[in-house]
Design a binder for this molecule. Structure first.
Ligand code: MN
Length: 132
């Protein structure tokens, strides 16, 4: 079964690009426009991996990681941060907060899905990345 991936992103063009790229590689996606929606959807839908923008209204990415990392049910679910304003220290802050990985925007269409797949166990990958 291909992974089900939750994307939390308040910038619609970035959300659409990530959805498109993952969908084109056979992954099912769920979308949230802020951290509160992301937490609700994560608990309802139990995705296999979560991609989370750091800067979002209501509950931001740090709020999402703080709550989910306290939740036994999300142990082993990779939580990946993305951020538009990549500043010195962002990466370290994100990893220290509990994110398993970090990506800076803009999303690179050629490499995005392969980078995400590194965080998925092999049985959850679609294997559609061979040969680019
Ligand atoms: Mn944002």
């Amino acid at each position: 079964m291909p992974a089900r991936i939750l994307i939390a992103e308040d910038h619609p063009p970035s959300l659409e690009l990530m959805r498109y790229l993952l969908g084109a590689h056979g992954y099912a996606t769920l979308s949230a426009a802020n951290g509160r929606e992301a937490l609700d959807l994560a608990r309802q839908e139990r995705p296999d991996l979560i991609i989370c923008d750091l800067q979002m209204p209501d509950v931001d990415g740090y709020g999402v990681v703080r709550e989910l990392k306290q939740d036994e049910g999300f142990r082993g679910v990779p939580l990946l941060a993305v951020t538009a304003f990549s500043m010195l220290g962002d990466r370290e802050d994100a990893l220290r907060a509990g994110f398993d990985g970090y990506f800076s925007k803009p999303i690179e269409p050629e490499t995005f899905v392969a980078a995400i797949e590194q965080f998925l166990p092999a049985p959850l990958r679609t294997g559609r990345n061979n040969g680019g």
